[in-house]
Design a protein around this ligand. Structure first.
Ligand code: NAD
Ligand code: SER
Length: 313
C-alpha cells in the first residue's frame, strides 16, 4: 500500500543501503519523487534530485523537506560499529542528533512517516546468542549498539508521546553487489566476494567459526519497503523488528564460494572487530515481523553466494 503522491527523502543515500534503496523506491515513485541527500554528490544516482545535506543541520534539513514537499524520510546517515568504536563521541552525536532532528520534524508535522534502521548491534554479550528473540536481555557494548538501542527507545517514545509514525528494522549484516559497505563488523561478507573474484584469496578479520546473522541486500531493501508500506495498525513494534536473515561463519561462506571458484582460499587474521562480533547474536528469530507485516526472506546461503558472484563477475 503506497501513495504515488508521497515524496521521499533518503538521508545517507550514498551509502551501502542508500544507493540500492533510492533505486528501488524510484521504480515505485519515479526518480523525480525520490530525493537523495548526503554529505557529497553520489555518482551512482545521477537521475535522482540530489541535496548536499548534513543531517546534523536541522534548519537545512527542514529547508530540504519544505523545498521538495517531502512526506517520508528514510534516515540512513550513521557511523557503523567499527568506525564508531574509533570515533565514539562523534558516532554518538551523529547517530543520536540525526535521529532527533528527523523525529522532531515529524513531531512538528513537517513529515508524516520516518524510517530509521537499527541493528543486531543492540544485543550484547549477556543476550542469548542462539535464536535471539525479539524481547530479551540487551546490554550492547559498542557505542554503535548503545546508540541503536537508545534510538529504538526514542522512536517508541516519539510514537507513544506524539504519534510519530516511525518504523524500524534490526538489520543483520547486509551483503549486496551494487554498493560498498561503510565500516561495519560484517563487512567481511562483502569484501570476500570481491577478493575471491579478483585474487582468489581473502584474509578475513574474523575467525573461521564466527557465526553472525547476514542478509542479502535485495531482501533487506524489500523488508524496508514492505514495513514502510504496511498499514500503520500492523506495525505493533515501534522500537525495531528483529530480522533473521541467514546465519553463517566465514568458513561456511568460503566453502560455498569454493563450489564456484574451486581454487579460492581463505586465511584468518583477527582484529578488534572480533570482539564486537563475539558480543552479537549468532542467529536471530523474527516471529513478530512474520506475524505483524507478513515478512518472509527469499535468499539462503547458496542462492546469496551464487547471486553475488554472478553479478560481481
Ligand atoms: P554507510 O556508512 O554505507 O552509509 C552512510 C551514508 O551516510 C554515507 O553515504 C555517508 O556519507 C552519509 N552520512 C554520514 N554522515 C552524514 C551526515 N551528517 N549527513 C548526511 N549524510 C551523512 O551505511 P549503511 O551501511 O548504508 O547503513 C545505513 C544505516 O543502516 C545505518 O543507520 C546503519 O547503522 C544501518 N545498518 C546497516 C547495516 C549494514 O550491514 N550495512 C546493518 C545494520 C544497520
Ligand atoms: N553491519 C553492521 C555493522 O557491522 C551491523 O549493524 O556495523
Amino acid at each position: 500500500m503506497y501513495n504515488k503522491e508521497d515524496k521521499i527523502l533518503i538521508i545517507g543515500a550514498g551509502g551501502q543501503i542508500g544507493i540500492e534503496l533510492v533505486q528501488e523506491l524510484s521504480l515505485l515513485y519515479g526518480s523525480s519523487n525520490v530525493i537523495a541527500a548526503d554529505l557529497k554528490p553520489i555518482e551512482a544516482l545521477e537521475v535522482n534530485p540530489f541535496e548536499k545535506l548534513d543531517v546534523l543541520d536541522k534548519d537545512a534539513l527542514l529547508g530540504v523537506i519544505k523545498k521538495h514537499k517531502i512526506s517520508h524520510v528514510y534516515l540512513l546517515a550513521a557511523l557503523l560499529s567499527a568506525t564508531g568504536e574509533q570515533n565514539p563521541m562523534f558516532a554518538w552525536k551523529l547517530n543520536m542528533e540525526g535521529l532527533f532532528n528527523v523525529l522532531d520534524l515529524a513531531k512538528e508535522k513537517h513529515i508524516s512517516r520516518v524510517y530509521w534502521p537499527s541493528s543486531i548491534a543492540v544485543f550484547g554479550p549477556t543476550t542469548p546468542r542462539i535464536n535471539t528473540p525479539q524481547y530479551t536481555v540487551m546490554e550492547p557494548t559498542t557505542v554503535y549498539g548503545i546508540s541503536k538501542q537508545a534510538g529504538e527507545r526514542w522512536c517508541e517514545w516519539y510514537f507513544h508521546k506524539y504519534g510519530v509514525d516511525v518504523r524500524s528494522l534490526r538489520y543483520p549484516g547486509l551483503i549486496g553487489w551494487k554498493s560498498a559497505p561503510g565500516g561495519g563488523t560484517t563487512d567481511y561478507a562483502v569484501h570476500i566476494f570481491h577478493e575471491a573474484l579478483k585474487n582468489k584469496t581473502y584474509e578475513c578479520f574474523l575467525s573461521a567459526d564466527t557465526a553472525l546473522p547476514m542478509m542479502h541486500m535485495e531482501d533487506a531493501i524489500r523488508a524496508t519497503i514492505e514495513i514502510m508500506h504496511a498499514p500503520a495498525e500492523n506495525i505493533k513494534i515501534r522500537g525495531s523488528y528483529n530480522l533473521a536473515g541467514i546465519s553463517f561463519t566465514p568458513e561456511q561462506i568460503a566453502a560455498e564460494i569454493k563450489k564456484h571458484i574451486p581454487d579460492f582460499t581463505i586465511t584468518y587474521k583477527t582484529d578488534f572487530r572480533q570482539d564486537i562480533a563475539n558480543s552479537w547474536p549468532q542467529s536471530i528469530l523474527e516471529d513478530e515481523a512474520r506475524n505483524d507485516w507478513k515478512w518472509s526472506a527469499k535468499y539462503n546461503l547458496p542462492s546469496l553466494v551464487k547471486n553475488m558472484l554472478q553479478n560481481l563477475a
